[in-house]
Design a protein around this ligand. Structure first.
Ligand SMILES: [Ca+2]
Length: 123
């Protein structure tokens, strides 16, 4: 874990740098795809919860977290297979990171990053 200062424009710059972002998503996808079948199941995606607005998710009840995942699959699982393909995961992460950038805004904030956090690549 490390403590860093980060602001919205830094995060957006990272999003626009498609090579860096793509590589990052690739790595993350491969890490999460525990059974290596090329798609992410709901359980596998759950491992991502630490990055998906960690604190909020931790404070929510199991039921609320389930609803979040329902919404994610509803929106991004275009094939309605109950799994996310690489491109679908990439779209999801783009949206999540954009939301984080919007949330951070232009004032740098101090955040605590886990070693494998996606935002670690931004700084
Ligand atoms: Ca899998």
């Amino acid at each position: 874990m490390s403590v860093v200062f980060i602001d919205g424009p830094m995060v957006e710059k990272f999003l626009k740098d498609s090579d860096a972002f793509g590589k990052c998503i690739e790595e993350r996808f491969n890490t999460l795809d525990v059974n290596k079948d090329g798609v992410l199941s709901r359980d596998e995606l759950r491992n991502e919860a630490t990055d998906l607005a960690s604190v909020e998710l931790m404070l929510q009840s199991k039921e609320e977290v389930d609803n979040v995942y329902d919404a994610i699959f509803e929106k991004f699982d275009t094939g309605k297979k109950g799994t996310l393909k690489h491109e679908e995961f990439s779209l999801l992460m783009k949206e999540v990171i954009q939301a984080q950038a919007d949330g951070i805004g232009k004032t740098p904030v101090c955040i605590i990053l886990q070693e494998d956090s996606l935002l670690q690549k931004v700084v």
